[in-house]
Structure formats: structure tokens, C-alpha cells
Ligand binder design. Structure first.
Ligand SMILES: [Cu+2]
Length: 125
């Protein structure tokens, strides 16, 4: 075997390993918390090539708003959809779009971009 062949095999194995890690590995997800001011809790998600953080934890029983801070100019992320809440907001109209989240009971609300490509969730507990 030539050096080139050995190198090709090594690179190939590394790529396969990377693909397996990418799809099946447990990625550490950034989790954001809310801040409570005057009995209203707020959490901010920056929209820029995805959602950061993609998971936000809210406290049960305190009225809550999740603020989407729009810093992306692609059509992909221009809308945010909370299917369970019937919410479909255009984020391009203003810099920050607030979405009210019901906190009367514990639960998870998933959200996604308008094309269902980027995902995130809001957890009430
Ligand atoms: Cu999209």
C-alpha cells in the first residue's frame, strides 16, 4: 500500500466517524433561563443562523414572554412557528418579537422556523 492509499483510508474513517458523531452524538444544547421582573418572566432567543439558545426553561405560574431577537436575514428563519400554540410570527417586521407562552401548567412547546428546518423548545416547569 502506498502512503496515499493509507492516508485516504484514514481520512475516510475520520469522515465516517465525524458523520456518526454529527448525527447520533449527544450534542450539548445551550439552555437559557428566564429573568423575572415585576411578575413577568422574559427569556431572549437570538435568531442568527439558528436559535441561540435553542431551549429555554420557564417557571410555571408566572406570565411569560419569549423574545426573539432577529439578527438573521435569510428567508429561512424569517418566521417562527409554535404549532401547539397556533403562533406563526413574522420576525422581520421588528427587531424583537415577543411570543406569550402559557405557564399555567408544565409542558414543552416546540417551535421551528417557517420551513421546519430549525427547531427549539420552551419548557415550562
Ligand atoms: Cu427554515
Amino acid at each position: 500500500m502506498t502512503i496515499a492509499k493509507i492516508l485516504t483510508i484514514i481520512i475516510g474513517l475520520l469522515l465516517i466517524g465525524f458523520i456518526i458523531w454529527w448525527f447520533f452524538g449527544k450534542h450539548k444544547e445551550a439552555v437559557g433561563n428566564s429573568t423575572v421582573v415585576n411578575d413577568l418572566q422574559n427569556a431572549t432567543i437570538v435568531v442568527k443562523g439558528g436559535y441561540s439558545p435553542s431551549t429555554v426553561v420557564l417557571k410555571k405560574g408566572i406570565p411569560a414572554e419569549v423574545n426573539f431577537d432577529m439578527q438573521d436575514s435569510t428567508a429561512c428563519l424569517s418566521h417562527v412557528v409554535f404549532e401547539q400554540l397556533g403562533v406563526n410570527e413574522d420576525l422581520t417586521k421588528q427587531k424583537i418579537t415577543s411570543v406569550k407562552i402559557p405557564t399555567d401548567k408544565a409542558g414543552t412547546y416546540n417551535f421551528a422556523c417557517g420551513m421546519d428546518m430549525f427547531h427549539g423548545k420552551v419548557i415550562v416547569k
